[in-house]
Every structure is written in C-alpha cells, then in structure tokens.
Design a protein around this ligand. Sequence first.
Ligand code: BGC
Length: 465
Amino acid sequence: MNNKLSRTKFPDNFIWGVATSAYQIEGAANHDGKGKSIWDTYTHLPGKITDGSNGDIAIDHFNLYKQDIQLMKDLGVKAYRFSISWPRIFPTGKGAFNMKGLDFYNRLIDELLKANIEPFATLYHWDLPQTLMDEYGGWRSRETAYAFADYAGFMANKISDRVKNFFTMNEFYSFVDMGYQGISIDIGGKKVNIELAPGLKLSTAQLNEVRHNAVLAQGLSVKAIHASGKLGTKCGPADNINTAVPLIATPENIKAATIATRELNAGYLTVMLEGKYTDAYLEKAGKDAPKFTEQDLRDIATPVDFIGLNVYRPTIYVEHSNDSIGYREVPLNPSHPKMYSAWHSLGPEVMYWAPKIVETLWNPKEIYITENGCAAKDTITPEGKIYDTDRIMFLRSNFLELQQAINEGVPLKGYFLWSFMDNFEWSAGYGNRFGIVHIDFETLKRTPKSSALFFKELSKNNWIP
Ligand code: BGC
C-alpha cells in the first residue's frame, strides 16, 4: 500500500508564517521608556475586560522572545508577523524617539534572522499612544494620521535593512468601528455589544470622519515607507475584509457576492484601492458623509505593494437579486455551526472567496493571508498533551480552500496563522485561547498543542497533513 499523501503541494516558495501583536504578548508595559497606549489606559478602567485582566505582563514576550523564536524555529515557522508598539518607539506618539524601545525590535529582528525566520512588521495593531488620544482625540483628527506617517517612515528608515515587508495598519473596522462607536452583533438571537479601546460612542458623522482619517493614515504611511525605506521595501494594509460568500456558486451569485463585497468594504479597502467612495456609500451616509478633498483621495489610494487579508469567517452569505443593489443577504440558519468564539460561524469557503473576490475587484500584485485561526477550549491531558482537534479541523478545511485559490492563479504569497501563542484577547482577556502554542498564564510555560505539530508538518512538506 502506498502511504504517501497525494494532496497537491503548495507552491515551493509559499511562506508559512505565524502572527501576533505587541499589546497581546509583550507585557513590559512600563519598561525601558515605553509611553502609555490607549490599551494601557482602557484595560485599567473597571468593567472593560471580561476577566478584569490587562496586558501589563501579558505573556512576557518582551523578556522571553529568544525562547519564543527558538520554538518558532523548532516548529518550522518560516515567517513571523509581529507588531511594533508605537509608544515604545515614540512615547508621546511623535517628537523624541526612545532608543531603548527601538533596541527591543532590533534584538527581535536580529534573533529572527539568525533563526532563518523572515520578519514581517505591522506598524499599527491598535495600541495608539495615549498622548495622541488626549491631544487630538486619536483617529478623530488627521493630526494622528500625519503622526502615524512620520512614525512609519521612521521605522522604515531604521529597520528596512532587515525587514523587507511592512503591514501598515491592522483591521480598520475593528479599531475604528468597535473603538469609536461600538458595534452590536446577533449571537443566538441575542444582541451583544462589542467594544474596543478607546471605547467611545461617537455619532455616525463623527465615525465616518474617523474612518476617513484612518485610511488617509494608511495611504500617507505607504508614501512614507517608500520614501524612507531601502529600495524595494514593500508594504500594504492587513485588513479584516468583510466577505460576502455566494450561497451557491452560480455565475449570478458570484457576481452578487463580488458587488456585495465591494460595498461592504466601501469605507476601507474599496476607497484605498479605488481612490473613491462608492456611490452607495456616499448616498447611505448622506449628510453624515466624511468631508474630504480630491488630494485626500489621491493620498488614500497611494499604490500598495500587497494586500493583507485577515480571514476568519464569511461576513454574510448572498444570492443574486434583481433589485438595484444586485445582491440579497441570506439569513444564517440558527443551527449553522460555530467555532468556540460566539461570533465565529464556520465557513471555510471564505478562505477561497476572500482572495478570489479581491483579485477580481482590484487585481493586486500580491496577497497575504495575514490572519486566520480560531479560539478553542484547550485542555491539558495528565500527560501534558493538548489535543485541539477542532482547531486542526478548522485549519485543514481552510487550507484546502486556500489551495484551491492558489491553484486558480490567485497571487497568494503567504499565510500567517493567528496566533502563534495564546495571548491577551482584548475585551475577552485571557479567556479565549487562539494559540497553537499553549501558555500557562500563571507560570508562562509554553507548550505546543497538536495544531502546532500539524503546522510543522504542513510547513515542512508544503502540503496539508
Ligand atoms: C485581531 C487580533 C485578534 C484576533 C482574534 C483579529 O481581530 O487582529 O488581534 O486577537 O482577530 O479575535
């Protein structure tokens, strides 16, 4: 009998990586001259984090980074997407920089390169310097966009000798909509409010301004990175695209899903890649539409080198409709399966449709999956094993869809699993474990789960084990 798996291989140069973010893992909140971020403030407000925890120590990656990189190496990780804490570099968001903060990332990058792991740096994963919040209202002001572009250029200048790829900002909808207005989602027929720092409750007109400033920041930062980085430095956003998935893949429904996806991302990816707000977006916003100039739109649409997509679930399922918008959302069956997080309905086909539709709409040169993964209720057996069967099932089904997209020629260059280690999961505190490496939050001991061994096989053989 032939025991060899015959699944199609991924392309030889496909990059298998893992992802994390600074506030969720670093700790050392007041160390080596770091300034406060809005997350340092927010987590210390009573009642904001489900388990009352914060990221002061998190999983102490700031001190344990060498051990973590060794583990990455052992597990066959080829690339690491980490984020840089802006207030570690500029304690007040701008002005004087903090050499000790920069030194930490220099140490981290050098250690990664020594381990033969390609560093991919994200410049903004939500930990805005508190001073910019106090002075300008954070992303409510375009001053913050200018400060971000300066910081992005500064970082490109300092580290692009070793870091070739930068993700500018992570998940616009999350830090803008959930941070500046809050959202409400339907979970099992119940409306649940979700909020992230800074936890504001702005009006829709104000929110639209914040969105506009955020995409402006992204465009200006791309310019700054290209101007200050070494020749050939590449960058682009890492966005949690809202994906409309065709319920049944007929040509009409695929068209409907494409139209819907463009509209669902009108305030973010669509304006960044097309340099205009869609008619439907402006019409719906009416008097609440953001105020902008033609120059703003040109800046927002500064050409990016790649698009990063954070893909977890289909946002909606759609079918074709004959009315003017061209699509109809179909309701999710109450029995539709979910992963462990209440918001995480299962729909691996989104891993095919998200990049596929992005290619159809905007034809980018390169696409990365910058996040994908799931939380699970991981338990340790008496022998010290963590059999996260549901996470492996989730990943495998997603990889099959990813492979399909690659086979059809979608320019996918790499994949970053969220997350390498269990960490501080924002408002959920330490309750939702997303890692393929288990963390004992008391002792900070790291233990690879079964999914980490699955990832190791995947990366070693370049096919789905
Ligand atoms: C974020 C991560 C987060 C993950 C799981 C994404 O929204 O970028 O920081 O931990 O999803 O919720």
